[in-house]
Design a binder for this molecule. Structure first.
Ligand code: FPP
Length: 241
């Protein structure tokens, strides 16, 4: 049985920087430390898919210097961590638009995707220039094209077909974690989160570590999940595998 899929909305980098009297970008540097630790710890917590919301389609509204720093950090992360990711059996893929990602960051990201393709312990999905509404519209557009080319008929466009087009078979998230005490989805995995559980942590993302993730999972383990039926599945049932 496959393990858990956890999605994380990493929030609070700016507040962390402010609390420490540092410029905003230093909060993002601290955010990368948290990413590193959580990725290292996730497999031992029973997680086999981890989706991290690193850059949303709306984050382009931030000042260009901050956007530039974020993509620089992404490039650095890919370059520096690639070998460790390979050694630890982590497969990296990106979800979201690719046409607006700065070229040097995209090159490192795609190299990391190819070189980690054999990883089997953890599927790390980085949501970059990602928005769920965009992703759903993109999947619908692909199906519309197939209808126009008469490879599908309109009746083939069902929730299952759209789901497959959108997710490529990646299991839906079991748990979505958001840090920094905010309680909203912010256009993250809207379709896939239909039956997800939520955990909101007040910890700011740069302070978040695998122990905080373990806490989120023990909260999840107490949840009773029904997926619309009368049968109860405890969150932990998925962990026990
Ligand atoms: C939200 O904090 C965080 C982001 C918009 C960016 C997340 C990026 C990273 C953690 C670093 C890069 C990631 C990888 C995978 C290498 P915020 O700036 O909105 O914080 P605030 O709400 O406190 O201002």
């Amino acid at each position: 049985m496959s393990g858990l899929h956890v999605g994380i909305i990493m929030d609070g980098n700016g507040r962390w920087a402010r609390q420490h009297g540092l410029p905003r970008w230093r909060g993002h540097v601290g955010g990368v430390d948290a990413v590193r630790d959580v990725v290292r710890g996730a497999p031992d917590l029973g997680i086999t898919t981890l989706t991290l919301y690193a850059f949303s389609t709306d984050n382009w509204k931030r000042p260009p210097t901050e956007v530039g720093r974020l993509f620089w950090l992404l490039r650095e992360y890919c370059q520096r961590e690639r070998n460790e990711l390979i050694e630890n059996g982590v497969r990296v893929t990106a979800i979201g638009r690719r046409d607006r990602i700065p070229r040097s960051a995209l090159a490192q990201l795609e190299r990391t995707e190819w070189e980690t393709a054999g990883g089997r312990r953890l599927h790390l999905r980085l949501a970059i220039d990602y928005g769920a509404r965009w992703a759903i519209a993109h999947a619908a557009h692909e199906l519309a094209k197939q209808v126009a080319e008469q490879r599908l008929v309109p009746d083939d466009v069902t929730p299952d077909r759209l789901h497959e087009q959108l997710t490529g078979g990646v299991p839906d998230p079991d748990l979505i974690v958001r840090t920094a005490a905010e309680q909203r989805l912010s256009d993250f995995l809207l379709w896939e989160a239909a039956y997800a559980e939520f955990h909101f942590s007040s910890t700011l993302w740069p302070d978040f570590r695998r122990a905080d993730l373990a806490l989120a999972l023990s909260d999840f383990a107490r949840r009773e999940r029904r997926f619309g039926s009368l049968d109860t599945v405890r969150g932990a049932g998925r962990l026990a595998g």
